[in-house]
Design a protein around this ligand. Structure first.
Ligand SMILES: [Zn+2]
Ligand SMILES: [Zn+2]
Ligand SMILES: [Zn+2]
Length: 749
C-alpha cells in the first residue's frame, strides 16, 4: 500500500481487517509504505484488498495497492500480527497532524453508559492531538505532553490490544487517568473543575461574557456569535476594529444555515483537518453583524475536539472562536502566559492540564469562484504533513521563509516538510516561536541542514537568522520562491510562465517587486515582464495607508494636479506625500497589491486600514453581486521593447476615476477594474508564454487569493489552450515562501 499510510493508524487497521476476515500473516511499515503478507482463501484476500482502499482510516490516502503471490510458508504460519518496521522504513516525518474527533469517539462521549461519557479528552488511533503535543521523537507517550498521565488499567489494556481502536494511541485517556477541565477567573483563581467547569463556562457564554477556551493548538476567545453586545465587547477588549472573527458550529447543518457551501467547501469543512473555511454568507444568517463587518464572506469551522462539541451542545448556538491574543501577537498556548495575556480581556478561562507543546493556529481555506478551495493559512491539521518534491533533494535544506505569515520548511529525500503558521516575525513572541520551531522541525524530520535558504531581503529577521547560522546559504528571490511553491504543489520542475502578484518582495536589483512575469523553473528565473513601477511614498507606511498609493497612481495616470486633488480629499499629510512622489530618491514598486490598495482608496474603501489587506479585500467583496464581465473599457496597456514587457494600468486608473466622477456605482467600477486588469494581465501572459515557447502558466503571490481576479486570468489563459497552475494545498501568500525556497535549494546543482 502506497500513499499516506504511515502514522495514520494503518497497520492496526490492516490487523483488524485481517482478524475479521480470518486471515493469517503480518503487516509492517517499509520504506515505500505499508507491506502485508497475508494467507487465506482467495475471496477473503480479494475482499481485504478492496477494503484496504474503501475503508481506510480517515487520514490515510491510499494511492495504490499492489499484490503478488508470496512464497509459501513464512508469514502465514501464525495468527495475524503487527511486526516492527522493516529497515529503511523512515517516513519523512514520523508525526501525524492533529486530527478532529472521530465519529466513534463522539458516540462514546454522548453515551451515558460509556466510561468516557462527557469526557472532553476522548481520542483514539483515528483522532486526537498529535503534532501539538509532541516534544521529541520517537513518538511515544513519554515524549508527549501526556507523559504526566499514567494510563489506568482499562486504558492500558486498550493500548496493548491490536484489535482495539486505541491500540498504540499515544494520547489515550479516560476520566480516571487523563486530563481534566478547570474554569479560572480572569485573575487565574480556580472557580470550578470537570463537568462544573464546562457548565459554568456555557452559562457565562449565554450571559454574553468573553471566555478563553484552551483548544488543540492554543487558546480561543469565545463569545455568543448571535449576541450583538457580546461581539462588540470582544472587539473592544481585543482592540480589533473590524477584522472578521471566525465562527464555530457543531456540524454541517448549522454551517449550511450560515453560508452557501460548495461541495468542496463542505468536504473540507467536515474533513478531519477541520480548517476555517471562508464561504459566501447567507443573507439573513442569524449572526451578530459585528462578526464580519462589511464582508460578503464568513469564516466557519466545525467543532474539532470533544470539548468543543460539549461546549456547543451546552450553549446551543454558534460561537465566535477567534485566536486568543491581543491584536496581531501570536496566540497564547501556555497556561500561565494565557492568564497574564488574556486575563485582562476575558471574564473566565476554560482550561485543562494537558500542556500544548507547539502553538498551532487554525488553518484557513477559501472557496474559489468555481467552488474548489484554496489554502490561505496552512497550520493545524496540515502541519507537518510533507509535500513531495518533483525530484529527490540533492542536500538537506532548512528554508526560513519570509517576514510576514512566516512558516519554515525542511527538505530531505523526496519530501518538503513545513511548519505550522508562525506569524509576523516583527513580534518578539513570534520570533521566539520561530527559533523554537527551527530546532523542533529539524528534529522531527531528522534534518541536519547542509544549506539554509532565505529571502533576498537583508532586513527580514529570518534572513538575518539564516546568515548567522554559519552554514552555506542560498538567497532566493521572493517571487521566484512563490512560483516555485506552486510548481512543487503540482509536482513540476518547470519551466512555466509565472505570474507572481503580491504585496512587496525584494527584487534582484534592489527594487521592490510585486507584479512580475517570470520565465521560471526550480533552477532559476528570468524577469520578462512587470507592472509599471510607481513611487512608494513613505515606505512601510504606504503598505498600511492606501491613500498614499491612491496619490501615487493618480499622479502616474492623470498628473500632479489630479494627485493633489486626491490627497486633499483623503489625508491632511497630502503635501508631504506629493513631495515624496516628486523626489527621485523615493523607492518605486511594481506591486499589484499596492495597485489594489490605490483603487480601493480612490473609491473610498479604507484609505486608512486597520488590518492587513483590508482595502483589497473590501474591493473584491463589493463586486460579489456583479456578474463576471469582460471589463470592456477598463484596459491596461503594454509597453514592450522585446526584452521586458511593462503592463501599464494608468488607463485603468483613469477610467476608474472617470466612472467614479460620473456617479457609477462602486461595485460596478470595482468589478470593471478586476476584470479589466485580469484580462490585460492574461493577454500579456499569453503573449509572453508563446514568445518563450511555454505551454503552462503558474499563478502565485497573495494577490491571487483574490478569487475574481484569479478566475478572470485563468479563464482567459485556458481559453487559448494554456495549462494554468493555481494553488490549492499551498498558500499563494507568503506562508508558501518557505516551500519554494526549500525546493529551489534542494534541487540546486
Ligand atoms: Zn477517535
Ligand atoms: Zn484511563
Ligand atoms: Zn510575497
Amino acid at each position: 500500500m502506497r500513499g499516506t499510510v504511515q502514522g495514520v493508524g494503518f497497520r492496526p487497521f490492516v490487523y483488524r481487517l485481517a482478524l475479521e476476515l480470518g486471515l493469517s500473516g503480518e503487516v509492517a511499515n517499509d520504506s515505500e509504505g505499508v507491506l502485508a503478507e497475508v494467507e487465506g482463501p482467495v475471496p477473503a484476500l480479494d475482499e481485504l484488498v478492496r477494503r484496504l482502499v474503501d475503508d481506510a482510516p480517515p487520514l490515510a490516502r491510499v494511492t495504490s495497492v499492489e499484490s503478488s503471490p508470496a512464497a509459501a510458508g513464512a508469514a502465514g504460519a501464525h495468527a495475524f500480527r503487527i511486526v516492527e518496521s522493516r529497515a529503511g522504513a523512515v517516513p519523512a516525518v514520523p508525526v501525524s497532524v492533529d486530527v478532529a474527533t472521530c465519529d466513534d469517539c463522539l458516540a462514546e462521549v454522548a453515551d451515558p453508559d460509556d466510561r468516557r461519557f462527557g469526557y472532553p479528552f476522548t481520542n483514539c488511533t483515528n483522532c486526537g492531538p498529535r503534532y501539538t503535543i509532541i516534544r521529541a521523537i520517537p513518538y511515544d507517550r513519554p515524549a508527549t505532553t501526556m507523559a504526566g498521565f499514567p494510563m489506568c488499567a482499562a486504558c492500558e489494556a486498550e493500548y496493548h490490544d491490536p484489535a482495539d481502536r486505541r491500540f498504540h494511541a499515544q494520547p489515550n485517556a479516560c476520566p480516571r487517568c487523563g486530563p481534566h477541565l478547570r474554569l479560572l477567573a480572569s485573575d487565574g483563581t480556580l472557580c470550578s473543575e470537570r463537568g462544573d467547569a464546562l457548565e459554568q463556562a456555557a452559562v457565562a457564554l449565554l450571559d454574553g461574557q468573553v471566555v478563553a477556551v484552551k483548544g488543540l493548538g492554543g487558546f480561543h476567545l469565545a463569545v455568543d456569535a448571535t449576541s450583538i453586545d457580546a461581539v462588540a465587547e470582544l472587539r473592544r477588549r481585543k482592540q480589533r476594529d473590524d477584522k472578521p472573527f471566525a465562527v464555530m458550529v457543531p456540524g454541517l447543518a448549522a454551517a449550511r444555515a450560515l453560508c452557501r457551501l460548495s461541495p468542496a467547501a463542505e468536504e473540507t469543512l467536515a474533513s478531519p483537518r477541520r480548517p476555517i473555511v471562508l464561504a459566501p454568507r447567507r443573507p439573513g444568517a442569524e449572526l451578530a453583524a459585528g462578526v464580519a463587518p462589511g464582508l460578503a464572506e464568513l469564516g466557519l469551522m466545525l467543532a474539532y475536539t470533544p470539548l468543543h462539541h460539549l461546549l456547543l451542545a451546552h450553549v446551543g448556538r454558534p460561537l465566535v472562536m477567534t485566536s486568543g491574543n491581543a491584536s496581531d501577537e501570536p496566540i497564547a498556548h501556555v497556561d500561565d502566559d494565557a492568564v497574564e495575556r488574556l486575563g485582562p480581556m476575558v471574564d473566565a478561562i476554560l482550561t485543562h492540564d494537558r500542556p500544548i507543546h507547539i502553538r498551532c493556529d487554525d488553518s484557513v481555506v477559501r472557496t474559489r469562484l468555481g467552488g474548489d478551495v484554496q489554502m490561505v493559512r496552512r497550520s493545524r491539521g496540515y502541519a507537518p504533513e510533507p509535500l513531495t518534491l518533483p525530484e529527490p533533494a540533492r542536500c538537506q535544506v532548512l528554508a526560513v521563509g519570509a517576514e510576514l505569515k512566516n512558516t519554515l520548511a525542511v527538505a530531505k529525500g523526496n519530501a518538503v516538510v513545513t511548519s505550522h503558521h508562525i506569524g509576523d516575525l516583527e513580534h518578539l513572541a513570534a520570533y521566539r516561536s520561530f527559533l523554537q520551531a527551527v530546532d523542533h522541525l529539524c528534529h522531527l524530520a531528522g534534518v541536519e541542514p547542509e544549506v539554509v535558504a532565505h529571502d533576498l531581503h537583508p532586513e527580514y529577521l529570518s534572513t538575518k537568522f539564516a546568515v548567522d547560522m554559519g552554514l552555506p546559504t542560498l538567497g532566493v528571490q521572493h517571487h521566484h520562491a512563490h512560483i516555485a511553491s506552486c510548481l512543487v504543489e503540482h509536482g513540476r520542475t518547470g519551466p512555466v510562465l509565472g505570474l507572481a502578484f503580491d504585496g512587496l518582495g525584494l527584487g534582484s536589483c534592489g527594487t521592490l517587486w510585486g507584479g512580475e512575469f517570470l520565465v521560471a523553473d526550480l533552477g532559476g528565473f528570468r524577469r520578462v515582464g512587470h507592472l509599471r513601477p510607481v513611487p512608494l511614498p513613505g515606505g512601510d507606511r504606504a503598505n498600511t495607508e492606501p491613500w498614499r498609493m491612491a496619490m501615487a497612481w493618480t499622479d502616474a495616470a492623470l498628473g500632479r494636479p489630479a494627485a493633489e486633488g486626491v490627497g486633499r480629499r483623503l489625508d491632511d499629510r497630502w503635501a508631504a506625500v506629493l513631495t515624496l512622489i516628486e523626489h527621485p530618491a523615493t523607492a518605486t514598486t511594481t506591486s499589484v497589491g499596492r495597485l489594489f490598495d490605490a483603487v480601493a482608496a480612490l473609491l473610498g474603501l479604507h484609505p486608512h486600514m486597520t488590518y492587513e489587506a483590508q482595502a483589497a479585500v473590501a474591493l473584491e467583496a463589493c463586486t460579489a453581486g456583479v456578474p463576471l464581465g469582460d471589463g470592456a473599457g477598463y484596459e491596461a496597456t503594454v509597453d514592450d521593447d522585446g526584452e521586458v514587457a511593462v503592463l501599464d494600468p494608468a488607463p485603468l486608473i483613469a477610467r476608474v476615476v472617470a466612472e467614479r466622477d460620473a456617479g457609477t456605482p462602486v461595485p460596478v467600477i470595482a468589478a470593471g477594474f478586476h476584470d479589466g486588469l485580469g484580462r490585460s494581465a492574461a493577454r500579456l501572459a499569453i503573449d509572453l508564454a508563446s514568445r518563450h515557447g511555454l505551454d503552462t502558466v503558474a499563478l502565485s503571490g497573495g494577490v491571487f487569493q483574490n478569487a475574481r481576479l484569479s478566475e478572470v486570468v485563468e479563464r482567459a489563459c485556458r481559453g487559448t489552450g494554456l495549462t494554468v497552475l493555481v494553488h490549492h494545498r499551498v498558500p499563494p501568500n507568503d506562508g508558501g515562501i518557505s516551500i519554494g525556497q526549500a525546493a529551489i535549494a534542494a534541487l540546486a546543482p
